[in-house]
Design a protein around this ligand. Structure first.
Ligand code: XIL
Length: 403
């Protein structure tokens, strides 16, 4: 996060400084105005190139619309036949694509936001829950025999958005901050898991324990107050409440061989040595600024499953503009998605592959800056009109050969 801020703010400040320099030099008729002017011209040229490369709206040919979509079974049927889950995140349960594509194409769903702590609270008040939105999403899925992944019980990033701001104040003013946080965490996990008992069979217990800034655990309210024990305790509490639920740790890696990966494996090994009831690892697999090295992804996944843990891809998306150098970007995107999914499908302990949205009409990139100004994003499996994109056929094929 800090890295991202630095990357965006430093150039912005630099440009601002050079514009101010130019103005001052012009006013004073100083000789440096030529240098300042030259600098500003170069900056403008760079910005224009970047605009056309990254921001100007583009259109790519949709050749896939000409292909006859032939397959004897739907994606969900192919997945269910092999005990595999193909999932989608559900934002608003009343959007027509939910009923159109689930349960026909997806046999698993994840509430995109509705089961996050802050989102379930009335006005962000700790302990005051409103489950209306979450129940609407979950009940539709359960009624249709679709698995639900719960997302997420403990997430220390983004105060006021993923967890209630009130928590910061409470812990800061507590006589015994560690005891207070333990109690609040226990109460929350208990309330939520009890509410969804029997309906949500797998939970992301801890989301994004790693820092985005370096190879260490994220230094947020949970780590600062409880040390890494917060992770172990969250899993223990969840397991006490319902030992039949699969408990996952969920993380985003843009690079599967970074130093942070080793810190993550140290964490997994520590959890196992401490006999913490952890059953699986989820990787989000958002392809935001670049695609991932798939050999490294395979090795990462195999290392996880060799530890005896289950594996899932939990939040996949890949922006179409990452493929704009290809002759047919939608086909290149499909090849990439298919390969990513195939690697997971080939490992018997990889049990699911979830897209972060039902279709390109409902992707978070379209409302989260800067991607909201980099259209199209089109990062998912069905297009804005719910036409299957070519990766669907590729994934069905991969599923058919799953052992
Ligand atoms: C995103 C949602 O898609 C957005 O609607 C919301 O505004 C922000 O959160 N990693 C996660 C997900 O674990 O919960 C995030 O979802 C995407 C990144």
């Amino acid at each position: 996060m800090i890295k991202y801020l630095i990357i965006t703010t430093v150039p912005a400040l630099f440009i601002l400084a050079s514009v101010i320099w130019l103005i001052v030099a012009l006013v004073r008729r100083s000789r440096s105005r030529k240098v300042a002017g030259g600098l500003v011209v170069v900056e403008i040229a760079i910005l224009v190139v970047l605009y056309f490369h990254w921001f100007a709206p583009k259109e790519f040919p949709r050749n896939y619309l000409n292909d006859a979509q032939q397959s004897s079974q739907t994606l969900a049927e192919a997945a269910t036949a092999k005990g595999f889950y193909i999932g989608a995140a559900i934002g608003n349960p009343s959007m027509p694509s939910y009923a159109n594509l689930v349960p026909k194409e997806y046999n698993s769903i994840t509430p995109e936001n509705a089961t996050k702590w802050r989102q379930m609270l009335v006005d962000g008040k700790i302990g005051e829950y409103d489950f209306t939105q979450a129940d609407a999403i979950v009940d539709y899925a359960v009624a249709n025999g679709v698995r639900v992944r719960g997302h997420t019980l403990v997430w220390g990033k983004f105060s006021g958005r993923t967890y209630p701001k009130e928590l910061d104040e409470r812990i800061a003013s507590a006589v015994d901050p560690a005891a207070e946080l333990r109690q609040v965490m226990r109460d929350h996990i208990t309330t939520v898991m009890t509410h969804f008992k029997g309906r949500i069979k797998v939970w992301d217990v801890v989301n994004e324990p790693m820092s985005m800034d370096g190879p260490y655990l994220d230094k947020h309210i949970y780590l600062n107050t409880l040390g890494k024990d917060y992770i172990a305790e969250a899993f223990q509490i969840a397991h006490e409440i319902d030992p039949s639920v699969q408990l996952f740790i969920n993380e985003q890696f843009g690079n599967y061989t970074s130093e942070g990966v080793e810190v993550f494996f140290d964490l997994l090994k520590w959890l196992q040595e401490e006999n913490v009831p952890i059953h699986g690892v989820g990787v989000q697999a958002h392809n935001i600024f670049k695609t991932h090295n798939l050999d490294e992804f395979r090795q990462f996944m195999n290392r996880v499953t060799e530890l005896g843990l289950l594996f899932e891809v939990t939040e996949f998306d890949a922006r179409i503009r990452l493929f704009d150098a290809a002759e047919d970007p939608y086909q290149a995107q499909a090849d990439y998605i298919t390969e990513y999914a195939r690697i997971c499908i080939e490992n018997p302990n990889c049990i699911g592959f979830t897209f972060w949205g039902l279709s390109d009409a409902g992707t978070w990139f379209d409302y989260v800056p800067p991607f909201s100004s980099m259209l199209p994003n089109d990062p998912l499996l069905f297009d804005i009109n719910l036409h299957a994109k070519p990766a669907r056929a590729g994934i069905i094929e991969a599923l058919e050969s799953r052992r």
